[in-house]
Write a protein that binds this ligand. Structure first.
Ligand SMILES: Nc1nc2c(ncn2[C@@H]2O[C@H](COP(=O)(O)OP(=O)(O)OP(=O)(O)O)[C@@H](O)[C@H]2O)c(=O)[nH]1
Ligand SMILES: [Mg+2]
Length: 200
């Protein structure tokens, strides 16, 4: 029987569902990205940044940030009638990185979000996914809608493998974020196809 629902956010039972982790350093826009693209009200675990952060978290470049993720973000986006993506946003502060292993379990891949003003903050994320063999794409969040950096220079600075997609984006913009997700999924598909052809 055909699936019918008056709820526009209801899932088709035929859709494949995949999990993608959104990672990156403190304050690069992970929560913003999940909220911008989610078709359901995103789950957030924001807490006020307190004086405990002083001297611990590098607020340079995000001085106006007042809250931080203490557990995870969660959202959902239907990329096609056949494909639904569950997005898990990781906490960015170093003290919460112990959660990343659990959060990445079962993930098809990851988006590493980068802020060119603080590019070094995404090195640990790139290392994390490289060491675990989890495919990832880098989304360069162009704060204030502009990105003065050359993508080739960012790629070189991050020492990315040539096959890793690097996409300029605006974490506040749904279509822009979809572009990053599609680049990641295409990267995952290429990897799977290469594995299959290597086995045959
Ligand atoms: N101008 C501008 N501001 C942005 C953009 N993306 C995020 N912001 C702002 O930057 C700040 C950081 O965004 P968050 O989404 O909380 O960053 P986060 O990576 O989730 O932060 P943590 O969870 O604390 O690591 C917030 O104040 C956002 O409103 C952007 O593309 N442009
Ligand atoms: Mg966050």
């Amino acid at each position: 029987m055909a699936f019918a629902s008056s709820d526009p956010t209801a899932l088709s039972p035929d859709a494949a569902t995949v999990k993608i982790l959104v990672a990156g350093g403190f304050g690069v826009g992970k929560t913003t990205l999940v909220g911008a693209v989610s078709e359901t009200v995103p789950l957030r675990t924001e807490e006020l940044i307190t004086e405990a952060s002083v001297g611990v978290d590098d607020l340079a470049g995000v001085e106006r940030k007042t809250t931080t993720t203490v557990a995870m973000d969660f959202g959902r986006i239907t990329l096609s009638p056949a494909l639904v993506v569950y997005l898990f946003g990781a906490p960015g502060q170093d003290r919460f990185w112990f959660m990343w292993d659990d959060l990445s379990r079962g993930a098809l891949g990851a988006v590493v979000l980068a802020d060119t003003r603080r590019l070094d903050s995404c090195f640990p994320s790139v290392d994390f996914f490289e060491h675990r063999g989890i495919p990832f794409a880098v989304g360069v969040n162009c704060f204030n809608g502009r990105c003065d950096e050359d993508p080739a220079e960012i790629r070189a600075a991050l020492d990315l493998s040539p096959d890793v997609p690097l996409v300029l984006c605006d974490a506040r913009d749904k279509e822009s974020v979809k572009g990053v997700l599609v680049a990641l999924l295409e990267h995952v598909m290429r990897g799977l196809a290469a594995e299959v052809s290597a086995q045959s």
